[in-house]
Design a protein around this ligand. Structure first.
Ligand code: CMP
Length: 141
């Protein structure tokens, strides 16, 4: 069961470097698109093979990505994002992503993701560059 907790979303958005440099007005617009979600320790947030309908920003906490081609899980923390690859490639989730402790997440639904990157080329190319690096078999993050 997903636990939905109310946070100050704009405050959480500021913790994500991708958004931190944006003017306050943009931050509050983006904040309206993001949904706060609390992940519990050990919870699998994204499951390999599933259809992806959202991406996630970590406002606090850490997750591990179980990349099938890597011996060690990849750890992502505050300010990082995941779940972007399925949205960009329109393929299924390529790894399990599991919460390492309590995690405050910001969820961006696919339709809002498409709208957002369509309007913001810089945002799109940044997310694409990160996904590209992650696609390299030896790259950990
Ligand atoms: P997606 O395929 O939607 O769901 C699993 C996610 O794990 C993927 O998007 C990326 O966000 C993340 N991921 C996959 N491979 C790596 C990697 N090598 N390093 C970091 N994150 C990854």
């Amino acid at each position: 069961p997903k636990l939905d907790v109310r946070f100050d979303v704009a405050e959480l958005v500021r913790r994500v470097p991708l958004f931190a440099g944006l003017p306050a007005e943009r931050v509050s617009t983006i904040a309206t698109l993001l949904r706060a979600q609390l992940a519990l320790p050990g919870e699998t947030i994204v499951r390999k093979g599933e259809r992806g309908d959202a991406m996630f920003f970590i406002a606090s906490g850490a997750v591990e990505v179980l990349v099938p081609t890597l011996a060690e899980p990849v750890k992502l923390g505050t300010g990082d994002f995941f779940g972007e690859m399925a949205l960009l490639s329109r393929q299924r989730r390529n790894a399990d992503v599991r919460a390492l402790g309590y995690c405050q997440l910001l969820v961006l639904d696919e339709k809002d993701f498409r709208r957002l990157v369509q309007k913001d080329a810089d945002l799109q190319s940044h997310i694409q560059a990160v996904a590209e690096a992650r696609r390299q078999p030896t790259q950990s993050s």
